[in-house]
Design a binder for this molecule. Sequence first.
Ligand code: NAP
Length: 247
Amino acid sequence: MTLKGKNALVTGGYRGIGKAIALKLASMGANVAVNDIGDIETAADTLSEIRALGVEAEAIQANVAVEEDVQKLFAKFMERFGRIDILINNAGITRDGLLMKMKESDWQAVLDVNLKGVFLCTKAAVRPMMLQKSGSIVNITSVVGITGNAGQANYSASKAGVIGFTKSIAKEIGSKGVRVNAVAPGFIHTKMTEALPEDVKNAYMANIPLKRYGEPEEVAEVVTFLCEERSKYMTGQVLKVDGGMAL
Ligand code: NAP
């Protein structure tokens, strides 16, 4: 129970990787609020699974790409939990397509959620964390933010942006006792990847030395490590959880 009594916020936490992170943090003793753009009713299963681990849980609906929503999200979080120890910027979307066919709206939507959302939530969390002189922020990027990927110029750019953002903020606030790291998953079994065509999935598999896709729980293990005391001398790092895909 290395995170007993800590309070965590996981964006995009109703399902997929975010849900796995929320459950892992809770299993280590943290109280967890899951945020999502979807209706709070759709969080019912996630909330009961978190509460079954003996910690407090809350669902807070908000669009991380909208500043007013993010302000309300953090106000509700602070009202409920009193302080924030852990922020996981996990909410993310894709609008894949080749550049020549990519609409400006597809570019903007992905940049707004994946990069601006990380900026807005981090900015909101950093003030209380700096005042309390402790905190851990983990941003979920992607290996394609490192390698690039045909058909994902918007998504890759947003995730590369998250890496630059992570390193910059780590330099800005390390002296205040707040750590900022990133985790870059490869191909993980979630709703985001299940919709991909078979030929695209096969192309990914050909480049994965461990010859299998990852599970959300395997990402959650590494994210949780970055929130624990065990990683207290790490900041500004990008840890790949990708079966060796981006070697
Ligand atoms: P997912 O199953 O699609 O879950 C994403 C979650 O984010 C959903 O619950 C979604 O809500 C929520 N969300 C979307 N837009 C939001 C917004 N504007 N504000 C708040 N919440 C929002 O995706 P995932 O596969 O778990 O991915 C989680 C993170 O890992 C993302 O940042 C993704 O880019 C990254 N990642 C995933 C993979 C992979 O292979 N799966 C690989 C590398 C990186 P709704 O369900 O209501 O839309």
